[in-house]
Design a protein around this ligand. Structure first.
Ligand SMILES: Cc1cc2nc3c(=O)[nH]c(=O)nc-3n(C[C@H](O)[C@H](O)[C@H](O)COP(=O)(O)O)c2cc1C
Length: 344
C-alpha cells in the first residue's frame, strides 16, 4: 500500500517537474535539455534524504528472494544496472530493497563525456524511453576510490559491481589493477567486476567488440589476480553469431557471468552526437531473445534491457536469468523495487 501510494506521488511529481522544466526553457528561449530535469531531480532527492521523510523509503526484502551468483548472495534478484554515479540515488535504491547492482562504468582518468544535450526522452508505442549519449563521463579511478571505499553502501551487505571501461584492453586492466588492491583489503566487502565492452556512446572502446580474442586475454589477466565474479556486459546490437563467439570465450574463464544487455544505438538529431544509446521497454524483446540464445551455455545470466514491470521480471527469471538489471525503469519510478520484491 505504502509503495503503491509513494510510486503514484513520485510519478506525478516527476511529470510536473518535466513540464515545469520544459516551460522554463521556452521562457528562457533555449532548447529543452532533459539533463536539467535529472540534475534538479537529484537535488530534490538529496533534500528528501536529509528530511524525516527519509524513513518512508525503507522497505524490507522478503527472505525467499535470496539469490546466489557463485559465492555472492543477493537478497533479491532485482539489481540496478550500471548507469548511476549519484550516491544519493544508489543509497535510496538500497534502502528500498534492491538486491545489489553495479556502479556506472569507471574509466582510468576523469572525463567530461560528450557535449550537452546528451540525453533525451522518446515516446515509443506510448511508453517513455531514453536516448543517452553521455559518453561515460566520470571522475576517474582516484575519485571513485575516494567515493566508494569508505562509503556506507558496504554496510548494506549487498553485492556491488565495479564496471570496468576503457579505450583499450590495457586501460580496462589498468582500472582493475588500480581498484582491486584497495577493494580486497577489506574482506567483508561483497563485490564483483563487470566488463563493459558494449557502450555505444563513445568513439573509442570498441576494440574488444571487434576483436573477441582480446576479451579472452583480458579476462584471463583479471582472473590471474582475483577470485571475484566477473560479469561481461554484451550488447543487444551484436548479432546472434557474434554473441555465441563471445559466450564461447566467456565460458572458458572460471566464475564468469553474462549481462545480456546494454543500450542500442539510435539516431536522434536533438543530441549533440546525432544519436545515442536507446534504453527502456522496447529493448525487452531482444533481452528475451538473448536469454534464449545464451541459456544453452553453462554461464549464469543477468537480464538487463527494457525490464519495466513485475511481469517482465518474472519472464526473465522463468527463462533462467539469475539476476535482473534495471536502469530506465528506476529513473521513471524507483518504487518499482518494493513493488517487484513484494510481488515475486
Ligand atoms: C543514462 C544512462 C547511462 C548509462 N551508463 C552506463 C554505464 O556507465 N555503463 C554501462 O555498462 N551501461 C550504462 N547504461 C546502460 C544501462 O546499464 C542498461 O544496460 C541499459 O540502459 C538497458 O537497460 P534499461 O532498458 O533498463 O535502461 C546507461 C544507461 C543510461 C540510460
Amino acid at each position: 500500500m505504502r509503495a503503491k501510494a509513494l510510486s503514484f506521488i513520485y510519478r506525478m511529481s516527476r511529470s510536473f517537474l518535466i513540464k515545469k522544466m520544459k516551460k522554463k526553457s521556452v521562457l528562457e528561449n533555449r532548447v529543452f535539455d532533459f539533463e536539467d530535469v535529472i540534475v534538479e531531480g537529484e537535488a530534490r532527492l538529496e533534500r528528501l534524504l536529509r528530511s524525516p521523510l527519509e524513513r518512508l523509503l525503507n522497505f524490507p526484502i522478503p527472505h525467499h528472494l535470496n539469490t546466489l551468483l557463485y559465492d555472492l548472495s543477493f537478497p533479491s534478484p532485482l539489481t540496478f544496472a550500471a548507469f548511476q554515479g549519484d550516491t544519493n540515488q544508489l543509497d535510496m535504491w538500497l534502502k528500498m530493497g534492491i538486491g545489489g547492482g553495479c556502479f556506472k562504468t569507471i574509466l582510468k582518468d576523469s572525463r567530461e563525456g560528450n557535449v550537452r544535450p546528451r540525453i533525451t526522452q522518446l515516446d515509443i508505442a506510448g511508453e517513455e524511453h531514453l536516448i543517452n549519449a553521455y559518453g561515460l563521463p566520470g571522475k576517474g579511478i582516484a575519485a571513485f576510490r575516494d567515493m566508494v571505499l569508505d562509503s556506507d553502501f558496504w554496510s548494506y551487505g549487498r553485492p556491488l559491481g565495479i564496471s570496468l571501461g576503457g579505450e583499450s584492453p590495457d586501460e580496462y586492466l589498468a582500472v582493475f589493477k588500480a581498484l582491486e588492491p584497495a577493494l580486497s583489503v577489506n574482506t567483508s566487502r561483497k563485490y564483483y567486476y563487470e566488463v563493459n565492452i558494449s557502450c555505444p556512446n563513445t568513439d573509442e572502446g570498441q576494440d574488444i567488440l571487434n576483436h573477441p580474442e582480446l576479451l579472452k586475454t583480458l579476462l584471463q589477466n583479471i582472473r590471474k589476480e582475483t577470485t571475484k565474479v566477473i560479469v561481461v556486459k554484451l550488447s543487444p546490437d551484436q548479432s546472434d553469431e557474434e554473441l555465441k563467439i563471445f559466450a564461447d570465450i566467456i565460458k572458458c574463464v572460471e566464475k564468469t557471468a553474462i549481462n545480456c544487455g546494454n543500450t542500442r544505438f539510435k539516431k536522434n538529431e536533438t543530441l549533440s552526437r546525432g544519436g545515442g544509446g536507446l534504453s527502456g521497454p522496447c529493448l525487452f524483446e531482444r533481452t528475451l531473445e538473448m536469454l534464449d540464445l545464451l541459456s544453452i551455455y553453462d554461464i549464469p545470466l543477468v537480464a538487463t534491457g527494457g525490464v519495466s514491470s513485475v511481469d517482465d521480471v518474472r519472464r526473465c527469471l522463468s527463462k533462467g536469468a539469475r539476476l535482473v538489471g534495471m536502469a530506465t525503469a528506476l529513473v521513471k519510478d524507483p518504487f518499482i523495487i518494493p513493488l517487484v520484491n513484494k510481488a515475486l
